[in-house]
Design a protein around this ligand. Sequence first.
Ligand code: IPE
Ligand code: IPE
Ligand code: MG
Length: 251
Amino acid sequence: MFSFFKDKNKDADIKLSDIKLPEHIGIIMDGNGRWAKKRALPRSAGHTAGAKTFRTITRYCSNIGIKYLTVYAFSTENWKRPEEEVKALMSLFKSYLEEAIRDFKDDDIVVRFIGDTSAFSDELQALIEENQTMSADRTGMVLNIAMNYGSRDEIVRAVKRIAADVKSGRTDIDSIDQKMISDNLYTAGQPDPDLIIRPSGEYRISNFLLWQSAYTEYVIMDDVLWPDFTSEMLDAALIEYARRNRRFGGV
Ligand code: IPE
Ligand code: IPE
Ligand code: MG
């Protein structure tokens, strides 16, 4: 458990330049609905506010030198939500992906998508494609946007790809190892996340990066909802991360 407001002043003199930063951060952008409910607004208003936070925090991560950022925007299970909410989310994705093409250019951010994007409308798929191609040659932070992403689906997809390779003779059963599985996930070629942050106080993974997070440090923030998340809170999570003793099973 990690409380931003309780520990706020304790770390006031620690600077980011003094600590070891994670190379790859994952964020479960949770709590938009509760944020809206607290204000007697429709849930969609919470998503709009959350999308603004996404843009601010992404830029901030890029500015402080984070190499990879993976944000959970829509899970394979989120289709279960009321039609009206799913519709509002799709229209928000559309306007944000239109903006992202311009917005992230100055920051040199490489925009990638993880998840089964074939489920989205043609219009949204075209925007996804455009973001990926327009940003592919950039050299800055890699931003993975997880949309229609579910880790179990991702693992099933990897198993099918490997099975097809075995069937066709491109590989054989004895060659299957951890690296081959990693190489067949959406995140192929990227380092595993060092730190995953979840605001809104839920103590669960919700099908996010299961394979990749075997040794990830978790910072659950239980006194903030995603739309209220600030760069100071990110700093606090980074300081908390730097305090952890990562042993990877060793001593
Ligand atoms: C996260 O916020 C955004 C998405 C899942 C798209 P929620 O919508 O889950 O907000 P809560 O958890 O209901 O407050
Ligand atoms: C996880 O949040 C998915 C995203 C933030 C996009 P959920 O709100 O869907 O997760 P649960 O239902 O609380 O586990
Ligand atoms: Mg939620």
